[in-house]
Design a protein around this ligand. Structure first.
Ligand SMILES: *Cc1c(COP(=O)(O)O)cnc(C)c1O
Length: 468
């Protein structure tokens, strides 16, 4: 493609995106397509000769766009949000255009040094202690894997990397922990049987006494506790594991404490919503995802460690072809994670944080939490519904109820309720299971969701419940 054509289409696409941001609410949140439908419109073989961009863009509009789910839709209440924002998109255009591969300081000094500064900004924004150092990872799953590997090495005096896995190393997390923890436990070689799932209290937060009991039992059986993963903001119900008692137990037995705050971490930017971070000073590692709630488009996960040397000793490699004369004076982030090659992700953080300011992000968080609080109050005032967990931050877990109906029947009705709500095309919600019961989740967090969108969602939910 020649540069003039690139320029012309570049302008066109920015215009298209600006229109998209303005009108994304007019699309159905999820597309009414059937499995395989998009695939059937795509040719079996690649074109032999190049095609022009007008044709490619036409097919984008006619084939791809109708099959997209619109995560930036103001009616997005499913899972957790994956917000982008105009400044973040602008930075991503630059990142793609620069095409830098930021594995070492020398391969883009500005990328490394901006990342270092952005991690300090984020650390201070969410109230992590100043002794922690950060690095950007692709996802929380990867960051947690790094934590598990570091914990494994520390627990075995850095011998596992040399000799292979020791038997009996164990990891602890609550029954509500995210699936990425078990995945990390499998990949890091602990084995699924050495992940102990600790009981939770009525609010689905880890019970510290049950944790202590599991640790003591395991030690008596000759096992070696290596890592506790505490969650701030579980995926099912936003439960907050109590860090103070958990960290005291970890200190007592010399166990690595990793904190998974993938979604909730962003709430800590607002001092009024930071209560759940109490005790975080004692953690060994911490992860949260700016790519969820913090207006920074996927992917961008912030991983913080107390002791970077442990991370480096666990993961750094030093082949001749990567050595540089600056190595002693600089950070080479390739040694701070699993992959070698790295995207320039710090640029979008810089654009987002400067564009909105800390206050702009905090205000958005506060607004979303206020809306979730309102929604929970509407539910509580309506006897057809019940909350299945306390409303925390921006997540409301609830179901339709009717006295005298057996649980299976209620599950079936609530499944139907969710399908009806989502078929509206105006809102999209997802579900979970709490205490064995089918549970609808309303997660407020899309940047453009307003009070009006919330009221519309409530109306749709209420009408669908009336028609059950
Ligand atoms: C979203 C989430 C994850 C996984 O995040 P990825 O960045 O997609 O790997 C892990 N833990 C919690 C608590 C989450 O909310």
């Amino acid at each position: 493609m020649d540069n003039d054509t690139f320029r012309r289409h570049g302008h066109q696409l920015v215009d298209w995106l600006a229109d998209y941001f303005e009108h994304v609410g007019d699309y159905p949140v999820t597309p009414p397509v059937t499995p395989g439908e998009i695939l059937s419109h795509l040719p079996d073989t690649p074109p032999r000769d190049g095609e022009d961009m007008d044709t490619i863009l036409r097919d984008y509009r006619e084939i791809i766009l109708p099959g997209m789910s619109h995560w930036q839709h103001p009616g997005w209440f499913a899972y957790f949000p994956a917000n982008n924002s105009p400044p973040s998109v602008l930075a991503e255009i630059l990142t793609a255009g620069l095409g830098a591969q930021c594995m070492s300081w020398i391969t883009s000094p500005a990328a490394t040094e901006l990342e270092e500064r952005m991690m300090e900004w984020l650390r201070d924004m969410i109230g992590l202690p100043a002794h922690m150092s950060g690095v950007i990872q692709d996802t929380a799953s990867t960051a947690t894997l790094c934590a598990l590997l570091s914990a494994r090495e520390r627990a075995t005096d850095f011998t596992t990397n040399d000799r292979g896995m020791h038997a009996g190393l164990t990891v602890y997390a609550s029954t509500q922990t995210h699936s990425s923890i078990e995945k990390g436990v499998r990949i890091a070689g602990f084995g699924k049987h050495h992940l102990r799932l600790v009981a939770v209290d009525d609010a689905y937060a880890m019970n510290p006494e049950a944790l202590r009991k599991a640790i003591v039992e395991d030690m008596e059986r000759g096992k070696k506790p290596a890592c506790v993963v505490a969650t701030l903001g579980t995926t099912s119900s936003m439960a907050m594991d109590p860090l103070e008692p958990i960290s005291a137990i970890c200190r007592e037995y010399g166990i690595w404490l990793h904190v998974d705050a993938a979604f909730a971490g962003t709430a800590a930017i607002h001092p009024g919503h930071r209560w759940f971070m109490k005790g975080v000073e004692a953690c060994d590692s911490f992860v949260f995802n700016p790519h969820k709630w913090m207006l920074t488009n996927f992917d961008c996960s912030a991983y913080f460690v107390r002791d970077p040397d442990t991370l480096l000793q666990t993961l750094s490699m030093d082949p001749e072809y990567l050595k540089t004369s600056a190595d002693k004076q600089v950070k080479n982030y390739r040694d701070w994670g699993i992959q070698l090659g790295r995207r320039f992700r710090a640029l979008k953080l810089w654009f987002v944080i400067r564009s909105y300011g800390v206050r702009g992000i905090a205000d958005m968080v506060d607004r979303h939490i206020g809306m979730a609080r309102d929604f929970a109050a509407w539910l509580e005032a309506d006897e057809r519904f019940e909350l299945l967990a306390p409303r925390q931050l921006s997540l409301v877990c609830f179901r339709y109820k009717q006295d005298q109906l057996p649980e299976e029947e209620l599950d079936r009705l609530n499944r139907r309720l969710l399908d009806t709500i989502n078929a509206s095309g105006k809102v999209f919600m997802s579900h979970t299971q709490l205490g064995g019961r089918f549970c609808l989740r309303l997660s407020v967090g899309q940047a453009t969701t307003s009070e009006e969108h919330l009221q519309q969602a409530w109306q749709i939910i209420s009408e669908a419940a009336g028609a059950l």
